[in-house]
Ligand binder design. Structure first.
Ligand code: SAM
Length: 215
């Protein structure tokens, strides 16, 4: 077992998907690691790898427990997008420090990529994770009209589900945008209204943006 004090964990932001979104820093961090952990989709971006461990879970406690058992000195943990936005990286850093040297490599977040592809600015957006925000919180943010909303969607909380929910709980209709499967051959960019979105069929790996003004 390696001396724990020397062990480094690098949380590597890998962008939304596709090799074109990887940064030079992410490539270097993976090159310098002796063991790389990540979900299959992200590990595949760096193949071939000398030593990799497939993460079957995104639960930080389980990943931290696994890391503690590995006889490696320099580990890289691959996370999607940027480590600072609704990422496994946040709780993992808190669980491993103190006692471990933990650093992060920034990545292009799905929100950044979505806005660039859709021609939108994101400096005034309020950002939510569909899994952490309750329907009532999303509705209140939309109703307040204070800012545009960006929602990172997920399984069971796809853009069309959120649109249907917002139409029931807020007044009027709003212009909205969806970016799904960014960086993949199946990438889809869409703009319309909540009413039209409720009839669409988007995958869970999507970013939904709802404009603050009623259309
Ligand atoms: C656990 S969050 C991680 C977000 C990540 N830290 C980031 O900066 O993009 C996962 C969510 O990000 C969004 N996402 C990640 N990759 C995406 C992609 N390629 N296309 C669209 N949305 C994506 C989806 O909403 C997905 O459910």
């Amino acid at each position: 077992m390696a001396n724990r004090a020397n062990r480094q964990v690098t949380l590597v932001g890998c962008g939304p998907g596709g090799a074109q979104y990887l940064t030079g820093q992410a490539l270097a961090a993976v090159r310098e690691a002796d063991t790389v952990l990540g979900p299959p989709r992200l590990l595949a971006l760096f193949e071939p790898l000398a030593r990799s461990v497939v993460l079957e879970t995104a639960r930080a406690e389980e990943v931290a427990a696994l890391i503690r058992t590995l006889p490696a000195e320099r580990l890289a943990v691959l996370v999607s997008g940027d480590p600072g936005l609704f990422s496994l990286a946040g709780p993992l850093r808190r669980l491993l420090a103190p006692g471990w040297q933990v650093r992060a490599v920034p990545g292009i977040s799905s929100l950044q990529a979505a806005c660039a592809c859709l021609g939108l600015e994101w400096q005034h957006m309020q950002v939510f994770s569909a899994h952490r925000a309750t329907p009532a919180q999303l509705a209140a943010a939309v109703e307040s009209g204070a800012s545009d909303l960006a929602v990172l969607c997920g399984p069971g909380r796809q853009p069309q589900h959120l649109a249907a929910e917002l139409l029931k709980t807020t007044r009027g209709d709003r212009r909205c945008h969806v970016a799904s499967d960014l960086g993949e051959p199946t990438q889809r960019l869409w703009s319309g209204t909540l009413r039209r979105l409720a009839q669409e069929d988007f995958v869970a790996r999507s970013v939904l943006i709802v404009e603050r003004r009623q259309s």
